[in-house]
Write a new protein. Structure first.
Length: 266
């Protein structure tokens, strides 16, 4: 399988008033085409910073990121992002929000207006919102708004999806539904996915591989060799699932305990 993303020796500092704060140091990671990886870590470990560099929003102090062998120098049409906040235009309908994201991308691929409308409607149908196609964001629940954001990202028809804790503010039942939706759609549309989370169960349900981060560094990569589709209720109690779960808990909470100790010691 070919390498879609290559992250090489990435270092990044946040510049404060009087000094620089090191956020990432010597990050190296490869992601295969069509792979779904979750970056798992506690708040402040640098996982969202890494995603912002991958998206081209931040420039690293040193190192480089390659996509299909070409160096990333800024945002690009090959990447689409879904944020924690829905980032919808309040004055546009569901259809218009999705079309706004897709219009330039689909035009570049020489689709006619009728073809663009058909494809946008198809993505809205894929996230289960055809009945709400003419509604405005204020008329939608939080979960429905996030579905619109997912449809908009898919409609860009980018090869890579970047998701930054998109479900962390959504209630548990709806969260499970959206996790299943993203997992299913990423497989159907053959996307390469980088998904940031601090939720161990979410990482196991979604990922082919989980990248555990500690502050500034990647600590460990763990393969999640469980069959799809993954239903949490069916997995709990299975020996292999419990083994993976224990590995991730051990790695994740070891980092947190160490970080707290470093913060409080005199």
């Amino acid at each position: 399988m070919s390498k879609k993303i290559e992250i090489r020796d990435i270092c990044f500092d946040y510049i404060g008033k009087n000094k620089a704060f090191g956020a990432l140091e010597n990050i190296n990671l490869e992601v295969d085409e069509g792979e779904f990886i979750c970056i798992l870590g506690s708040s402040g470990c640098g996982k969202s910073t890494l995603l912002s560099i991958l998206n081209g929003l931040n420039k690293p102090k040193s190192g480089e990121i390659l996509i299909d062998g070409k160096k990333v120098v800024g945002s690009g049409a090959d990447r689409a992002v879904v944020f924690q906040n829905y980032s919808l235009f309040p004055f546009l309908t569901v259809k218009e929000n999705v079309m706004f994201g897709a219009k330039k991308s689909l035009k570049r691929k020489n689709f006619t207006k009728e073809e663009r409308i058909k494809r946008v409607n198809g993505y809205i149908e894929a996230v289960g919102l055809l009945d709400a196609i003419d509604k405005y964001p204020f008329e939608l629940s939080g979960g429905m708004q996030q579905r619109v954001a997912i449809a908009r990202a898919l409609a860009l028809e980018a090869d890579i999806l970047l998701l930054d804790e998109p479900f962390s503010a959504i209630d548990p039942k709806l969260r499970l539904e959206l996790q299943e939706l993203v997992s299913q759609l990423s497989k159907i549309h053959k996307k390469t996915v980088v998904f940031v989370t601090h939720d161990i169960d979410e990482a196991i349900l979604l990922a082919d591989r989980v990248i555990v981060m500690e502050p500034k560094h990647i600590k460990q990569a763990i393969n999640i060799d469980l069959p799809y589709p993954r239903i949490r209720e069916e997995l709990v109690g299975q020996a292999h699932y419990e083994e993976i779960h224990r590995k991730l808990i051990s790695s994740f909470y070891e980092n947190i305990e160490q970080n707290i100790y470093e913060e409080v010691k005199l």
